[in-house]
Design a protein around this ligand. Structure first.
Ligand SMILES: Cc1cc2nc3c(=O)[nH]c(=O)nc-3n(C[C@H](O)[C@H](O)[C@H](O)COP(=O)(O)O)c2cc1C
Length: 144
């Protein structure tokens, strides 16, 4: 929805080893990864020349244990976002962005991290009209 509204291109960070669909199993793996500060591999990186063409990058992710999924940290640290604007957005179950803007800032110290958007996961799945309203209001504050 964001890409459509800002005229963006999409790149999906796909974990090399898929996480379980089963919620409980996924939470356990994610917890172990967070506790060990793991950097799980992802399938295919965006190439440098492609990334260089963009000055603004929206980074989307679910909140896992009040943090970014560790595979997103692998992605952030595998690329050079220097001089770019990073705009975070997440889905969550109640904790909002949970300080993940700070995590992104730490991983990308030479980037400007702008005000993020947090959407409740169930709302994202079931109420696209409500999401659209929130997304539009947020994009407006960012100057879109
Ligand atoms: C491993 C794992 C950890 C999670 N930790 C949190 C959390 O700390 N705070 C939170 O608000 N939601 C948490 N959630 C909920 C996810 O953010 C939510 O499932 C995701 O945004 C997608 O929403 P949906 O599954 O309801 O569609 C967690 C989910 C998983 C799978």
């Amino acid at each position: 929805m964001i890409a459509q509204k800002v005229g963006g291109d999409l790149f999906e960070v796909k974990p090399a080893k898929p996480y379980p669909n089963e919620y409980q199993a996924c939470t356990e793996i994610a917890k172990t990864e967070l506790e060990s500060n793991a950097r799980p591999a992802f399938e295919k990186n965006i190439d440098n020349l492609t990334l260089a063409q963009y000055d603004t990058v929206f980074i989307g992710y679910p909140i896992w244990w009040s943090a970014l999924p560790r595979v997103m940290m692998t992605f952030l640290e595998s690329n050079d976002f220097s001089g770019k604007k990073i705009i975070p957005f997440c889905t969550h179950g109640g904790s909002g962005l949970a300080g993940t803007e700070r995590e992104i800032k730490d991983a990308c110290p030479n980037s400007e991290v702008l005000q993020g958007l947090a959407i409740v996961g169930k709302t994202a799945q079931n109420d696209s009209a409500a999401v659209e309203k929130d997304v539009e209001a947020w994009l407006k504050t960012l100057g879109y």
